[in-house]
Design a protein. Structure first.
Length: 439
């Protein structure tokens, strides 16, 4: 009898050990997956840096690079102190507007599972400021941009994220609800990330004004990108990083269902930009200006396809990703042409790529995917997606204007014409040029 009792005790102990081992294994797998994804997203900032450096003129190369460095360093510090708390610091009695706990990572040492999530989402946060920096390049004062960056990383972006991703915000609560009906569908951030940056970029470009001489036809060639290879390399860096941005948004990787979902996300993240890039490339080669092979347009078309599929990458079938990418390319091209028609000087086409196409990415889920109208589900989901796009535009546009316009009035935003003519690298950087003339 004693031996049987001992055997039963050993079996119970082994079962408990196995259960704990499974928990530990799952935790380790999820952490490895999230850290890998976060590192890929972090690497996207190298892509943004190279792409934006290629798009500006030679004399402003260092200036745009220092803004990209500021985005990451200042952005993560803002995320540490107040950004994460506003975005994911859900209190015991939550509201639908903003979080209010975990300031300066308070409580994380008691629940260390949260570190990986903080890092992953922090890399997302810095994206918004980078998008804005590209649109306003070559004529924006560093101090004015830095002030906006702090507000974007601390308040503007985090509160939008709370609405859609905290599980308690006005666009997604109680598992499947929003204040207007079904919960928002935005898997990795066509609206919550890219559209935020795109709307901020549009307001910033309008507030700071065009570069001196930008719309003078006699000087048109002077504003071409100075390094097209950098533009292509930056695009590939960003595309590579997007495989952390989208698949990593599964949030875990310890069961078959999640693994299959990540696989679908990766496939859709490949197909959509392929179609969108080709659409823009063919359009510009045959139907619209410049009616030549436009490498930069090809790059932005690819990025537009990536932005467009980011919301629905886990919810649509691969053939639907092709359609989303196709229309994403058309939306980008139309928005890009409209910006030039209105003489809004957006150096990297940030609004067309991230704002307009981000909105399309949101709206697409009202049509495609199991919840979409094309699958017989009426217009409820479409209504939520449209409402989210309107709300993001109103919030980001209003707050961005309230920051940028006073900065412009106070003389803290725009570089004067002489400064622009000589170039920011010469006027305020050391060394005075990004490239040495001799090896």
């Amino acid at each position: 009898m004693t031996n049987l009792t001992e055997l039963e005790a050993n079996v119970t102990r082994i079962a408990a050990d196995l259960a704990q081992a499974k928990v530990d294994y799952n935790e380790a797998m999820d952490t490895i997956w999230m850290l890998l994804a976060a590192l890929l997203v972090f690497f996207m900032h190298a892509g943004f840096s190279v792409l934006e450096a290629g798009c500006v003129r030679l004399k402003n190369t260092q200036n745009i690079l220092v803004k990209n460095l500021l985005v990451v360093t200042v952005g993560f510090l803002c995320w540490f102190f107040v950004g994460y708390p506003f975005a994911f610091g859900v209190p015991a009695s939550p509201n639908k507007f903003a979080g209010s706990t975990n300031f300066a990572m308070d409580g994380f040492m008691q629940n260390k599972d949260g570190f990986r999530f903080w890092f992953f989402q922090g890399a997302f946060c810095a994206t918004g400021g980078t998008i804005v920096s590209g649109a306003m390049a070559e004529r924006t004062q560093l101090k004015g941009f830095a002030i906006y960056l702090i507000m974007m990383s601390s308040v503007i972006y985090p509160i939008v994220v709370y609405w859609g991703w905290s599980g308690q915000g006005l666009l997604f609560y109680d598992g499947d609800k929003s204040v207007v009906g079904p919960s928002l569908m935005d898997f990795a951030g066509s609206g919550l990330v890219h559209m935020v940056g795109g709307v901020g970029a549009l307001v910033g470009a309008l507030a700071v004004g065009s570069r001196a001489g930008r719309w003078d036809e006699s000087q048109a060639g002077e504003f071409d990108a100075h390094n097209v290879p950098f533009c292509v390399l930056g695009t590939f860096f960003l595309w590579f990083g997007w495989y952390g941005f989208n698949p990593g948004s599964t949030g875990s990787m310890h069961d078959k269902a999640t693994a299959n979902s990540a696989g679908l996300v990766a496939v859709n993240t490949t197909l959509s930009p392929c179609v969108a890039g080709l659409v823009v490339f063919v359009l510009r080669a045959t139907l619209v200006a410049p009616k030549k092979l436009d490498v930069g347009g090809f790059c932005n078309g690819i990025l537009a396809g990536l932005v467009a599929i980011t919301a629905g990458c886990a919810a649509v079938q691969p053939y639907e990703a092709l359609f989303i990418g196709f229309f994403g390319g058309l939306v980008y091209q139309g928005a890009s042409m409209l910006m030039k028609k209105l003489k809004v000087d957006d150096v990297v086409d940030a609004f067309a790529v991230h704002g307009a196409t981000g909105f399309w990415g949101l709206v697409a889920l009202g049509f495609f995917g199991d919840a979409g109208a094309f699958h017989g589900n009426g217009g409820g989901q479409l209504g939520t997606q449209l409402f989210a796009g309107f709300l993001i535009t109103l919030w980001v546009g209003t707050l961005s204007a309230l920051i940028f316009v006073p900065l412009r009035v106070l003389g803290m935003l725009r570089l004067d014409d002489e400064f622009q003519a000589k170039g920011a690298d010469l006027m305020e950087h050391s060394p005075a040029k990004a490239y040495a003339e001799t090896a």
